[in-house]
Design a protein. Sequence first.
Length: 378
Amino acid sequence: MGRELEMEAVRGAIASASAGTPTIVLIEGEGGAGRTALLNTLETSPMLPRRRIRTHRIDLAAMPAVDPVEHAALHLTRYGRFTKIGGRRRLHAAIRRLTPDWIGAIPVWGDILAAVTSTAEALRRRRGSVPAATLPEDIAELQRVARQRAAALLVDDAHLATRAASERLHRLLATAEMGTRLLVIATYRAASPGAPLPDICHAAAALPAERRVTIAMRPLGVGAVQQYLEATLEGPVAASLVDDVLAASYGLPSGMLRRLDSLRGRGALVRGANGWSMDASADVPVEAETEPDLGPLGVDVAETLAFAARLTDEFDTATLARELGRDELWVEDRLAAAARVGVLQLVDGARDIAGDITSIYRFARGSTRAALRRLNRS
């Protein structure tokens, strides 16, 4: 619920891959944003019909040492059947070496068949299959299968993929010819402020623009939170309950679940004639959170961010400067430092009420803003 835009972006990538453009979809989200839930929905969705699309799912949190490309080849192709004898290429090479001998033993037609075999071998070399043979056999097998029938590889927690595994995913997609109906959907956890991006991000960034799609899972808004609560509680909900759950979770699905469990456990959920609401006399504290992860930032930046957390989801430098009573350039320097380490995202440039140019930012992680807001209240 509330992920219609994300699902629509994936739908477009599926259509592109099904039309023959090998594509990777990277789905980024912080812990608790619902990345795995989204992948679960996609796996069983009519968007990936098993009768038309071969699909394989890998959860790297459960098996971090697995190479996704090899694992997919073992399940989607006949690659595994040939590994015991050294691979399909070794078998085909042996057959080609033996072919002239046994064809020559056929009376009358032997010479003609031998000539046809030699001609076919010469044409195969001339078409440039020798460079293709330099590809690892599991990659070549996946590409071969995807030229015959669409194939999709779903990888959860791709931030756990090693550099070598990420590079092989890149090679799988980068060397695939147009017309290869191959799709990779990979979720990954957003990096902590100041930390380098996962290897899977660098691998995807090296692909042509038409072969990659990036989706950022933002915290859910009030409408999606209300929709979720009404579906979960099977009835209408009061605005005060929606506000409480949104404030406690900041729109992160995992936080919404925790808050509902807390309210249920304290008996604070009340069902009346107009639907569900909170018992006004109940005092249900928000679960303790760790300190907000602000990366290598100083006190000035941390205090500026703490104040910014009180504003709307997207805020501009001019408004924050007025609220703080600070010079706008001073505030801009602090926000830019936070953006450099990934705590904030620069959304756009705009003009404030006086017509001056200003910058618009938002927190990259909902949990960071939520933790700062709790610190403000305490």
